[in-house]
Design a protein around this ligand. Structure first.
Ligand code: URA
Length: 207
């Protein structure tokens, strides 16, 4: 697993706004969108480009486009707030969706929705989930993707806990992780500390 911490003054400022309990839902969503731009920008830095001839108003030159735009997969519900921004920056990409819930008998994550292409062979997938806490649901989500043939998965999260990173590392999945911060740890309710609370509630309200 490859880890990149996007440590930039603008990223710190947006993340601080998200952490602040006084930030309302709308301002939280705005900061998440702006931080997502920074994560996508860094995570796409090494994507392959294809050349194509273009004509400017002045002359002919070489233009570039992404050779294989990645499939974008937000994890419901908290990943939804990152989806539109990521799609705006990767307009040729397709988007799939994964919805995960905890099975109250086994306490394990289960997919209640996996709207994904049948085959992901040869596809690069960008998974959007703001919070990497224990890593359980992300491992479950990424296993759904590798079961369909994905061999390269990039996870974009605003915050990561060391335990979640360790779990992803141990999974042996083909992952790159981009985050704005590796926080101190988890509390006894598996919330990231210092964290920002429940990323779904902070975006959409506690429903
Ligand atoms: N999910 C969240 O939304 N917040 C956390 O702190 C941990 C998991």
């Amino acid at each position: 697993m490859q880890l990149t911490v996007v440590d930039h003054p603008l990223a710190r400022a947006r993340l601080s706004r998200m952490r602040d309990e006084r930030t309302d839902n709308a301002a939280f969503r705005a900061a998440l969108r702006e931080l997502t731009q920074m994560l996508v920008y860094e995570a796409t830095r090494d994507l392959e480009v294809a050349e194509e001839p273009i004509t400017t108003p002045v002359t002919e030159t070489t233009g570039y486009r992404l050779a294989s735009p990645p499939l974008i997969v937000p994890v419901l519900r908290a990943g939804l707030g990152m989806a539109d921004t990521a799609h705006g920056m990767l307009p040729e990409s397709q988007m799939g969706f994964v919805g995960l819930a905890r099975n109250e008998q086994t306490f394990q994550p289960e997919a209640y929705m996996a709207s994904l292409p049948e085959s992901l062979v040869g596809r690069h997938v960008f998974v959007l989930d703001p919070m990497l806490a224990t890593g359980g649901s992300l491992v479950h989500c990424c296993t759904l993707l590798t079961d369909r043939g994905a061999t390269e998965i990039t996870v974009l999260c605003t915050l990561a806990a060391p335990a979640g990173l360790e779990r992803l590392e141990q999974s042996g999945l083909p992952l790159r992780v981009f985050t704005a911060s590796v926080d101190e740890g988890l509390n006894d309710q598996a919330y990231i500390v210092p964290g920002l609370g429940d990323a779904g509630d902070r975006q959409f309200g506690a429903v």
